[in-house]
Design a binder for this molecule. Structure first.
Ligand code: ZN
Length: 267
């Protein structure tokens, strides 16, 4: 499974620029789906027909990742940018980024006079190797994703965009293993989650499911001075009860807990 994880996490696909992700996922799911569609938003939707008399179930994982978008190119050919999704400036300095065509850029910032302070996003730029605005090979509106190599050390995996490519892998794996069910199951590989769950909302409106399950990542509460959250690496899956934007359906949470206990899945 690590080969598939590596393929998906390293790929380019900031919110709104998911074409390459769709092209990577489609061949992985084709032989398990009864019907594959792409809606107007760009969501890749794979339906697995039930034997009848069941519910309509939507299982969603988002293909997009956080990234940056070029907002301005200086006369010297450096690219200023804005954020796509939640970006912390202190993670940027020295990072490599990739453009849609595979071109690589390096992030640096204006002169740092106080090492204890971090510049805001607007004081950072991407260097694409141009020497002037005229010979800059990229344009305002181009989006970049980050470049990080996938690493597997024992059962611990490290990569960019585990959020939410790992959810996509789980959905693909679930599709493979799902044999007979009365339920009509729609696997949605959604777009634009990082800018407000836009794809999944459109897909839910289109499919109109009875039950919706989102597969995504969460914080861990077992690191130094963590956010207090009852989640630890290696101690099972997390079942969402609430976050800043939603409260999970209590009946569905109860059902998930019961199923996990019956199947000896730690949570
Ligand atoms: Zn996510």
């Amino acid at each position: 499974m690590n080969d598939l994880i590596k393929k998906l996490v390293e790929a380019y696909g900031p919110s709104g620029f998911e074409d390459q992700m769709r092209a990577l996922i489609r061949p992985e799911i084709e032989k398990y789906a009864d019907e594959i569609t792409v809606d107007a938003m760009g969501n890749l939707i794979a339906r697995k027909k039930g034997s009848g008399g069941g519910l309509k179930v939507m299982i969603a994982a988002h293909m997009d990742e956080i990234g940056l978008m070029i907002s301005h190119i200086t006369e010297d050919g450096f690219c200023r940018f804005t954020n796509i999704g939640g970006i912390y400036p202190h993670t940027l300095l020295g990072s490599r980024v990739q453009f849609e065509d595979g071109r690589i850029g390096i992030i640096y910032s204006d002169r740092i006079t106080d090492r204890g302070k971090i510049h805001g996003l607007d004081k950072h730029y991407i260097d694409v190797g141009a020497s002037s605005k005229a010979d800059c090979p990229v344009s305002v509106g181009d989006a970049v994703g980050f470049v990080r190599e996938f690493v597997a050390q024992g059962k611990f995996l490290s990569a960019k965009s585990m959020d939410d490519r790992i959810g996509c892998v789980v959905a693909i794996e679930a599709m493979k293993r799902l044999k007979k069910t009365p339920h009509d199951v729609y696997f949605v590989f959604s777009v634009q989650e990082e800018v407000g769950t836009r794809g999944a909302e459109a897909a839910a409106n289109g499919i109109d499911p009875d039950v919706g399950i989102a597969l995504d990542v969460t914080l861990a509460g077992d690191t130094p001075e963590p956010t207090p959250i009852a989640v630890s690496l290696g101690k099972g899956t997390a079942i969402k009860v609430k976050d800043s934007g939603m409260i999970a359906h209590t009946g569905l949470v109860r059902t998930m807990k019961k199923r996990a206990e019956a199947a000896n899945i730690p949570y």
